[in-house]
Design a protein around this ligand. Structure first.
Ligand SMILES: [Zn+2]
Length: 348
């Protein structure tokens, strides 16, 4: 089969489309093989090319976490999906036996794995995943939207709804609008009735964000974001800050955070080590939270919204598998707004 692979870590020149890979076999009676139609990229994929501490790849390693396609084969214990079903994939694979899984918190699994990072990825003609990671999608929803949906929307849902528990009328500040998670946070926070303020270094991205419902926008290259937030909230600050940028924005995030504020992070693209003044943390009674991916209940919630035509991810661009290295170049450029899709198959 054909797939986008790497055989060593390094720059994007390591990416290679191969056509000589074996079609993967089912390993467990609960496994399902999916014939991928579209796959989609996440920032994580760049870290995989680069190499992540403690993660070892077996060459040729198949890239990609997000995907959607048609069920091609099912194990003997699979009940919820059948050959021919249209499905999308939750890229977070849990063992379903540890104490966190048994408590319904699959993204805390002690053996949690992600497609494309710890397991063969989705930018391939076929992928094998547990049936529990699949949800059927109605005919009529385009493959590209289904492929682009899961990782970013699930991650954003847990951050906004479960962890920060954003309520109607609260002010939510999102750094760096344009990436998949940030855009999904914007959509979900608006759905919760929040006032949503976003930042970007690009006026064009801020324009796109306003079209998606952003109430206030700040160009962080020209504006002092924390000062603007405090000025526009009568010095009170934001109720919730979503910061996936890390080192470059942490200090500003805390300056923008109001009393009883909640800060949620699910990434650190500019660096992982930050400084926090504990006196401001306790005096203002802040909650600083981490979040990653989401549990089955949260996946069901976002899939229900998706089936109802809500939270459809804005798409930046679509590339054929043969041009998928260009898709990664687009991702690395940081110029995208919304999801980058790789077209793998054609529905027959
Ligand atoms: Zn587990």
């Amino acid at each position: 089969m054909r797939a986008l692979t790497i055989s060593a870590h390094g720059g994007l020149e390591r990416l290679e489309v191969r056509s000589d890979l074996p079609i993967p076999e089912l390993c467990a009676p609960t496994d399902v093989r999916v014939r991928i139609q579209d796959a989609a990229l996440n920032h994580l994929d760049l870290f995989v090319v680069d190499g992540l501490p403690g993660v070892t790849i077996t060459p040729p390693w198949i890239m990609g976490g997000d995907g959607a396609g048609i069920v091609d084969a099912v194990g003997s214990d699979v009940r919820d999906v059948a050959v021919g079903d249209r499905v999308m994939i939750n890229p977070g694979i849990s063992d379903r036996t540890c104490e966190y899984c048994l408590a319904g918190e699959q993204s805390l699994c002690v053996r949690y794995k992600l497609l494309g990072e710890h397991l063969p990825g989705t930018i391939a003609e076929y992928v094998v995943v547990p049936a529990a990671n699949l949800r059927t999608i109605p005919a009529g929803i385009p493959w590209d939207a289904a492929a682009a949906f899961s990782l970013a929307t699930l991650t954003a849902w847990r951050m906004v709804v479960t962890r920060a528990a954003v309520r109607e009328g609260e002010t939510v500040l999102i750094w760096g609008i344009g990436g998949g998670v940030a855009v999904a946070v914007l959509q979900i926070a608006k759905m919760q009735g929040a006032r949503v303020w976003v930042t970007s270094g690009s006026d064009a991205k801020l324009e796109r964000a306003r079209a998606l419902g952003a109430d206030e926008t700040f160009n962080h290259n020209r504006q002092d974001v924390a000062r603007e937030v405090r000025a526009r909230t009568g010095k009170r600050g934001a109720d919730v800050v979503i910061d996936n940028v890390g080192q470059a924005t942490w200090a500003q995030s805390l300056l923008a955070l109001g009393k009883r504020g909640r800060l949620v992070t699910c990434g650190a693209t500019t660096g992982p080590i930050v400084e926090t003044d504990l006196r401001r943390m306790f005096w203002n009674q802040w909650t600083l939270m981490g979040s990653t991916m989401g549990n089955d209940r949260e996946y069901d919630a976002v899939v229900a919204a998706f089936r109802a035509g809500k939270l459809l991810p804005p798409l930046d661009s679509v590339y054929d598998l043969d041009d998928s290295v260009a898709a990664f170049q687009r991702l690395a450029s940081g110029e995208q707004f919304g999801k980058i899709v790789v077209r793998v198959g054609r529905e027959k």
